[in-house]
Ligand binder design. Sequence first.
Ligand code: AHM
Ligand code: MG
Length: 286
Amino acid sequence: MSEAVERVLDVVTETAPEIRAGLSGRREYETAENPSGDQMLAADVHADELLEERLLSVDAVAEYASEEREGTVESEGGHLHVACDPLDGSSNLKSNNVMGTIVAIYDEPLPAPGEALVGAAYVLYGPITNMVAAVDGAVTESVVHSEDGGAERHVVDEDVTLPADPVVYGFGGRVPDWPADFEAFVREIEQDLKLRYGGAMIGDVSQVLEYGGIFAYPALQSAPNGKLRLQFEGNPIGYIVECAGGRSSNGEESLLAVEPTELHQRVPVHVGNTGLIERLEGALAE
Ligand code: AHM
Ligand code: MG
């Protein structure tokens, strides 16, 4: 791994316990909406501000962008362009369910294609705080230990790989809003898989990496590009799942091949075992 990418992951590791510690007093909504029109919690804003400050202080980081702010923030020098979802699944904060932080590290200015990723990671604030990071084609899982005044990653799995036999599925959006071809696909795969959906992409993808299966936030009749955002969610999660031996798709092709047109563009997201994603693409093409 390049030293610069490692430094970015170290900074995210060091910031994660602070983000987590700041959650409990920040469950109320802000008056402003984020650029995608979502209501922001005080916790979203706090996580965004921490990551902006910490990441831009890394010499190699030239640009910071997040789901919670309209434009990008640049610093002098550096060659890495970092896009974050500071608190993915933050609507889970009120009900005290899992959330995460997602970081996408590109070597091209934003908005960048997934093919320009040089690393991607997520932190999951679950019963324990862990980080799953994809760099140089390999995925590692680490537990984040916070110590006095800092935090460290302890690797627990050096080669995260999707199990060959898929077990779980979880799909976002209201069922009556799913396109008919997507619903028909779901009716087929639910014969063999078990439904588990938690409402935070990071938690839902984490169980796919662990047990095998498929997660999607598909195109909806009311929202043909779905809900999730390419720069901050689709690309990094597609990269992680592909590096773990699975596939990602917008319904037609890999998320990493989708051409970026704007910073906050949305994209239908489907990730999981290769066989399931191929079946999905077949079902949507009929
Ligand atoms: P967020 O990044 O603003 O929290 O929104 C993204 C989240 C994803 O984590 C999750 O997959 C999806 O929204 C859940 O949406 P819904 O509440 O419609 O099921
Ligand atoms: Mg999100």
